[in-house]
Ligand binder design. Structure first.
Ligand code: F0G
Length: 455
């Protein structure tokens, strides 16, 4: 497969090598939790695509025009105008990252004893809702739960289930969201047809419809490539149309903002926006900077334009597909088809000798680190298991996945080839891999800090 990286590299960061022996010691010290490993002990870091991208020379140049005034900085107006042009939202509230937008939205909507419906909530989104006493309900289409199914829009929300929830429990639904692309579900896109239908159902019922828009550009490019009628449209116009269907959006600029920090909360609702702004001032900052430096606002304003470039998006999706196809060739089952920002290895199937409670995908993640210093993230029982704070029932997530997420514009095809070599070593060792047990865990978001031990 040909991948053309549409950039030259002007500034580089060294990657330090480690031996297998050193890595075993590092894993022990990190209590088999990859979040606990210092970044300079990682060879290829695929933990996340969030905030880990490389900025362009235009973005760095824009940072020099950052206006650090407390109120009414020119950076803010450049940021606001770019976001408004892209999304059409009447109100734009800058936030330091996506989860701040989530917390402010859910606090202002009031989710206590209410339900938020989503194709699939990401971990912080779910945690913010539950922390405020609400219920996070996932209703992806059934195909989304079949890793080998190659449905082109596995990020779609189940429209029948959505209609049922709104009919039976509509008064309790605080809002409906669609996460584009569906991160926890494999980085899969939602189709415009699905977004239109969900938007119409919500409008009929008078329930706000939101996008969790972190990866809106990747989603828009998938729509262009896969959905009939969109092949000749610009990605920008597709993105505009996606946002136009929504009453609001939460956004982490650490993904398709091509920035290292930042986010926003957008809406058309005057009263809600007023409440949100008050909360923003209380905990994040004045509404013209929202916890960000002026230079960050400028980097995002430029990033939001660059991310719509089709040469970039072509390279982006080709890189991810190349990783996915290589892993399959090495013998790893993955969530099909390859997603936008990451490949999700089906660790439950690959290591079917390790039961879910012994965290097969985490064991697989540790094996990737041990064999080659590669860091991924478990999206399975470690991340989403544990006791439900509302029902007190032990949760059982449907899949045990290891996500290898590609930072934007950071690694080349050679780095991906290295990952594929390591994958072959992991496959060779797979029958000897054993599960893990949790030794220590916090109440919320346990995967970040839990301590584990091999069985
Ligand atoms: N929504 C989705 C779909 C996300 O993927 C993330 C973050 C957030 C919200 C929260 O944004 O990190 O800026 O506060 N996802 C990262 C990841 C952390 O690794 O997938 P944030």
């Amino acid at each position: 497969m040909r991948i053309f990286e549409p950039f030259r590299i002007k500034s580089v960061e060294p990657i330090r090598s480690t031996t297998r022996e050193e890595r075993l010691e590092i894993l022990k010290q990190a209590h088999w939790n990859l979040f606990r490993i210092p970044a300079d002990r990682i060879i290829v870091d695929l933990l996340t695509d969030s905030g880990t991208g490389a900025m362009s020379s235009h973005q760095w140049a824009a940072m020099m025009s950052g206006d650090e005034s407390y109120a009414g900085a020119t950076s803010w107006f450049r940021f606001r105008d770019t976001v408004k042009e892209l999304t059409g939202f009447k109100h734009v509230i800058p936030t330091h990252q996506g989860r701040a937008a989530e917390r402010i939205l859910f606090s202002s909507l009031g989710v206590k004893d209410r339900i938020v419906v989503n194709n699939t909530h990401f971990d912080t989104t779910r945690a913010n809702i539950e922390y405020l006493g609400g219920t996070a309900l996932d209703i992806p289409i059934p195909e989304a739960l079949q890793p080998s199914d190659t449905h082109p829009f596995k990020g779609n929300i189940d429209l029948g289930a959505l209609e049922r929830v709104l009919r039976d429990d509509g008064d309790r639904v605080a809002c409906v969201m669609i996460t584009v692309t569906n991160n926890s579900g494999g980085g899969q896109p939602a189709s415009m047809e699905n977004l239109r239908a969900a938007s119409a159902i919500c409008r009929d019922r008078g329930v706000p419809f939101y996008l969790d828009a972190c990866r809106f550009a990747e989603n828009a490019y998938f729509v262009k490539l896969r959905e009939p009628g969109f092949g000749d449209r610009t990605v920008e116009s597709i993105a505009n149309e996606m946002f136009a269907l929504a009453d609001g959006a939460t956004f982490s600029a650490k993904k398709d903002g091509l920035a290292n920090i930042g986010g926003f909360l957008g809406s058309h609702d005057d009263r809600l926006a007023q409440q949100e702004e008050n909360l923003l001032i209380l905990t994040e900052g004045f509404p013209t900077y929202g916890g960000l430096a002026g230079r960050d606002l400028d980097a995002i304003a430029v990033g939001l334009r660059e991310v719509l470039d089709e040469d970039y998006l072509r390279y982006r999706l080709a890189s991810t597909r190349y990783l996915g196809e290589g892993l399959v060739e090495a013998g790893m089952p993955i969530v099909q088809p390859p997603g936008g920002h990451a490949i999700y290895i089906d660790g439950g199937t690959l290591l079917n000798h390790i039961p879910a409670r012994e965290l097969p995908a985490q064991a697989l993640g540790c094996a990737f680190y041990l064999e080659g210093g590669i860091r991924g993230v478990e999206i399975g029982s470690l991340m989403f298991g544990g006791v439900d704070p509302v029902t007190q029932v032990e949760r059982a997530p449907p899949l045990e996945l290891l996500r290898l997420a590609l930072p934007r514009r950071v690694y080349t095809k050679s780095h991906i080839d290295y990952v594929l070599d390591v994958a072959a070593d992991v496959i060779a060792a797979k029958d000897q891999l054993r599960g893990l047990r949790i030794v220590e865990e916090p109440l919320q978001l346990r995967h970040f800090t839990a301590k584990l031990a091999p069985l």
